[in-house]
Design a protein around this ligand. Sequence first.
Ligand code: AFP
Length: 399
Amino acid sequence: MQMAAFVGSAALGCGEVRARAASARTAPAAGRRTSRRAAAALSMVTSAKPSRKMSTETSPVTLTRFIIEEGMENADLIHLKDMENLMAAIALACKKISSLVARAGLSNLTGLEEGGGSINVQGEEQKKLDVLSNEVLKNALRFSGKMGIMASEEEDKPVLVDELTSGSYIAVFDPLDGSSNIDANIATGTIFGIFEDNAECLTQDWEDRIEERELQCMYGTMQPGTNLVASGYCLYSSACMLVLTFGNGVHGFTLDPTIGEFLLTHYDMKIPEDGKIYSFNEANEANWDPVMRDMLSRWKERGYSSRYIGSMVGDVHRTLMYGGIFGYPGDKKNKTGKLRLLYEAAPMSHIIEQAGGVSTTGTERIMDLNPQAVHQRVPVILGSKNLVNEVVEAYKQAK
Ligand code: AFP
């Protein structure tokens, strides 16, 4: 029966099918037989043209397909061609890290590296999975053929990619953010940002002036967020999700474990303009400045909910999906807060702004900040436009 309806309607022109379907909707007097045929015809019109932007069972939009199609539609985004290789490398690393995280308890990968003796440049004890994830991501990027320099939260200084495999992009990343949550199976994530080449570092003839070159390359990573050509995060939680921006909107891909591919599930994500969830480590409140303390009491008076995982990727992802405000402000003990500008604050601000939200230190737009050091920390307040702008306004009034 269905087949007959399909063949019958396929013989009609599209306009005719739509007209018949429309008349079936608006003509209650029409016979049952006619309406059924018209309904079948209407479903033909919609199902014959599945949206190219969303995955379906029979036409999955993989990450690679999405980047190719975006490149064809946006000729002005010239870096998209290179992004195919780069994102394939990042997706591979995310799949590998996701699997390592999921199996950590089974394969003796919980706990501290070297039983607690391994400390990173920021004085933090490294987890086994911090070290492993860093290697996985570095290797995946190195062999993408597109990388010139990589700067990781887990490394003392930016790493130059050897010439055989090198390209000209610069990646900044936190390979496993929120890793103190790992042993309790709580959400963690990878955060990354991509800058275009630093011509000075890559084209000069440095001969044996290696230290000078290293220094120059280090400066290459110290670019403001406004120079990012791509940013993203991978969330390792009940599902593994890759959320990306190439500077024209934010798109989310969910890992389908049955085929091992990231498929487009969230096209053109937008953060709600308002929200009723605040996400801060309230234990630090006594050390916050009066503006932030006042904001917190306003949110409580309005009956907002508090949600805090202590894992930036999880907390920011929820804020993006449901609306609200996330932050790690400076306090009396740590004037610049805890989060790193290059690996956490800038890429996440890129995503939030591209989704229609706002990201600030309270007094400055994070995307505009010029890094003064590779591991620099900054206060972060980001999320729904109206909530974050209220904080910005409160800081202006307090001046
Ligand atoms: P870890 O990677 O050490 O778990 O730190 C996570 C993090 O950098 C970020 O993901 C969280 O938002 C923030 O620190 C949580 O810090 P507090 O534990 O001080 O709230």
